[in-house]
Design a protein around this ligand. Structure first.
Ligand code: SAM
Length: 302
């Protein structure tokens, strides 16, 4: 095992030697606690046969530990200033490939096919917090061959991913994550484990992708449209949210009938519905002749 990058002294040394300036806009908070890295690796349930995609390797702290535990690591880093640094810090490893790219503009389908013959991969990352949700939704929605995602995110966001109906943290992100995965918070990580220190606590969450979606619905797009609508204005009733924002091609009276047909009070709020209820609602809307509007969804998973 080589000297660990993830110590305060080593990290400071690398930063100073290369005159590297942290870019806040890229969410650069590097891990400087080696124990956390060991915990991430054990939470990720990786094996020596695994191919791991790491998003945002930084100066290589996590990359190094991953490389020592898996067959191959593909690390995608947006900041070109970090590429020569990574070449130095990870010089002794022959199972790491570094790509200087924006993960959100990377064709992951092609990448997984080219780099791992389309076989399943695992994702392990200390994610840049400003794009946590778009990255996760891209990885989950597109049905790539990904078996698990073990990611460091803001603690509050990890809480939302795990949240259950009726709780204050429950929202569209909870439904989306739980539709595709089992979610388990592995550990909470204080700001002191990073350089520079972020303002908030972080958490490592392990998302195990389910072999089948958690619930079946006639139209996945409509299901998510309804979910986003239901949580778009939390203080509104489900009926008002659907009739004001839904554009489902159904009148308020027709929507009221649908809710009654499901045996629900028409004053029900979206935040009380679990995934099976959202699926039943989606199918009832389809049976009543409703559909997702043609224009693309602009709402986001929060
Ligand atoms: N993995 C390192 C660690 O744990 O110390 C660094 C993690 S830091 C929180 C996030 C990293 O993601 C930074 O290196 C940043 O430059 C990179 N990053 C930010 N946006 C990115 C994007 N769109 N695509 C790829 N990498 C990105």
């Amino acid at each position: 095992m080589k000297e660990r990058i993830a110590t305060p002294t080593k990290t400071r040394q690398i930063i100073q030697k290369n005159s590297f300036a942290f870019k806040k806009g890229y969410g650069q908070n590097f891990l400087i606690d080696s124990n956390i890295l060991d915990n991430i690796v054990s939470s990720a349930e990786i094996t020596p046969e695994d191919f791991v995609l790491e998003i945002g390797p930084g100066i290589g702290s996590l990359t190094q530990v991953l490389a020592e535990n898996v067959r191959r690591v593909l690390a995608v880093e947006i900041d070109s200033a970090l590429i020569p640094i990574l070449r130095q810090t990870l010089a002794g490893y022959d199972n790491i490939e570094i790509l200087n790219q924006d993960i959100l503009k990377t064709n992951l389908d092609t990448l997984i096919r080219e780099k791992n013959d389309g076989r399943p991969i695992k994702v392990v990352a200390n994610l840049p917090y400003y794009i946590t949700t778009p990255i996760l939704m891209e990885l989950l929605e597109k049905h790539y061959p990904v078996t698990s995602l073990t990611v460091m995110v803001q603690k509050e966001v990890a809480g939302r991913m795990q949240a259950l109906p009726g709780t204050k943290d429950y929202g569209a992100l909870s439904v989306a994550v739980q539709y595709y995965c089992d979610a388990e918070i592995a550990m909470v990580v204080p700001p002191s484990c990073f350089m520079p220190r972020p303002k908030v606590a972080s958490a490592v969450i392990m998302l195990r992708v389910l072999p089948e979606r958690r619930v079946k619905t006639l139209d996945e797009d409509l299901f998510f449209h309804i979910v986003k609508c239901a949580f778009g204005q939390r203080r509104k009733t489900l009926l008002n949210s659907l009739s004001n924002q839904g554009n489902l091609g159904l009148s308020k009276e027709e929507l009221t009938e649908i809710l009654r047909g499901l045996g629900w009070d028409e004053r029900i709020r979206g935040e009380t519905l679990g995934l099976p209820e959202f699926a039943r609602l989606t199918d009832a809307i389809i049976h009543a002749g409703g559909a997702k509007p043609a224009e693309p969804d602009t709402a986001v998973f929060r």
